[in-house]
Every structure is written in C-alpha cells, then in structure tokens.
Design a protein around this ligand. Sequence first.
Ligand code: UDP
Ligand code: MG
Length: 319
Amino acid sequence: MKPEISVVLPIYNEEPVLPILYQRLEKVLSENFKIYEVLLVDDGSTDNSLTLIKEFCHQNTAYKYISFSRNFGHQKALLAGLRHASGDTIVLMDSDLQDPPELIPQLYNKLKEGYQLVYAKRSIRKGESFFKKVTAKLFYRILNLFAPIEIPLDTGDFRIISRKFADALKKLPEKNIFLRGQMAWLGFKNTYLLYERDPRYAGKTKYPLKTLLWFAFNGITSFSNFPLQIASFLGLLFSLVAFFIMLYAFYSKFILNQVVTGWTSIMVSSMFIGGIQLLCIGIIGEYISRIANDVRNRPDYIIEETNLNTHYPCKCGTE
Ligand code: UDP
Ligand code: MG
C-alpha cells in the first residue's frame, strides 16, 4: 500500500541531532498517520551519521536510506529523496530540527483542503545571527527582483507537496537545481502556514557565507536572464557615452583647434570600458557554463548505498 506521507530529510554531518530527530519525528508520524515512510538522504557525511541512519532503518521498516558517494549538496539530497519517495504526499524538511516535525500534521491537513503545495513560512527565526537573518532576507528580496516568477519570501525548503506536484517536478530536466524556484515556476494551487523557526538543535550551519553566496548566485542565474541583459544594457550605455565623447573630441580638434591633451582621461575611460567588457564576458561565460553542464548530462548524484529496492547504480537523472 502507498504511504499517506513520505518525509524527505537531507543529512550532512548531523550526528548529534539524529537521535532526537528520530524520536520527535517518529512520535508525530506514528500518532498521526497509518502508513508513512521516511527517506533519510545521507549527503556524504563524514561523521557517524550514516551508522545512526542505518540503525533507525534497522529498527523501523518505515525508514529508508540513500547514501551518496560524496557531498553533493542539500538540493541534490532533496532531489534524490523526492525521486524515491512513494507517498501520496511528500514533506521536505531540514534534519537539524530547525523545522519542527510537530508541524507536519498541520501541513498535511492544509494540503488536504485542496492545495498541491503548502510551504511553511518563517514568522521568526530563533537562534540565528543577525548577519544570517539579514543575508537571508536580502537573498529572497534580490532573488525576487530578478526572477520573472515570484518565489515566496522567507520560506526555506520546508514544505509539503502532493503526488501530482511531485510528478510534475520530476519532469523538469535542468541540472542546476534550485527547488524553491522550480516549485514556484510549476504553479498549481498553493498556500502557506506560519511557524516559528527554532534554533539548530546542535552542530553548526552547513551553509557558510561562501556556500550561501554561491546558492544565491545559482538561484538568480537559473531563474533569470537579467544579468545577461545588464551586460547588453551597459554595453549600449557606454557606446552611447563614447559616441558623444568622440563628437566632442572632433569638435575640440577641428573647431576649437585644441588638441586633446588628456592622456589620463583616455587611460581611465579605456580601463573602465575594459572592465565592463570583462564583466559582461564573465556573465556570458557563466550562462555558457550552465549550458555546458546540461550538455554534459552527468547524473545529479551518485548513490553508494541504499536499502531501497532500486537498481544499483541508480538510473540517476532518468527516473
Ligand atoms: N545539508 C546537506 N548537504 C549539505 C549541506 C546541508 O544535506 O551540503 C543538510 C543539513 O544536514 C540540514 C539541511 O541540509 O539538514 C540544512 O542545512 P543547514 O541547517 O546547515 O542550513 P541553514 O539552516 O543554516 O540554512
Ligand atoms: Mg539549519
């Protein structure tokens, strides 16, 4: 029989959190659902997470695991879970207990009111640094400024989706995954539930500034061609300015009979334009590298071990 609900949890070095997560999650699921399934996706953890994960799966057959051959990143881990989830509804959530498992029944009930997607929206974020809150706020706003579709503000990946939604999502072929964006792009009837985001139970964030910036950059370039358009716009603007400077140069040479002596100004302007050109080439390069990624068509991740009844090695990307 199909599970009523599948819960997908990406796990990267969460050893201290896992026992409590298991307890809280198991309590919520067993009290509220008849048949459920939990997919624990180990994203190449280097601590004892995988051993613990295997123990849970041993104790409880509702728990399945997928273990990657290395760290492929949070989004890929979610994707793997999504692809293998067999439930009627699928919950995506972090495994550090920042997303409280106790919210799952509410999300489920809301979805059953006739939505295909219900996302959990953070009303407050506890236990996170001022810097993290500001960068997160900025991230969502900048993203929406650039992206042609509206991506909900202040929501992470904590959400529940219906089977219909998951099947549509699995059909998207692109390699640069940014699930929040892709889900917004899909449409369907959706709504949100407000919740208070708890502090991380233990350990520290796996999203240091470098990763966060990369994530933001990926989000923007996967969802908008605006950076490419900036390149053309700047190009146009500077050619126009250059044209007027040229007119002025002719004017001063032939009418005013003054030879232009400004070596500095020429240097400065040529450097400036050189800089803009490099910038534009860089942006174009970025998009081309994305095309190259799609053309290479490498699998999204490699599964090293799993207790799912799937082919090994998995037919990643084709499922
Ligand atoms: N995570 C992962 N792979 C990574 C980084 C993070 O699977 O490369 C998982 C991590 O274990 C957690 C979730 O993704 O369950 C969110 O990560 P984290 O809590 O570090 O991010 P933050 O909440 O600080 O944005
Ligand atoms: Mg977290």
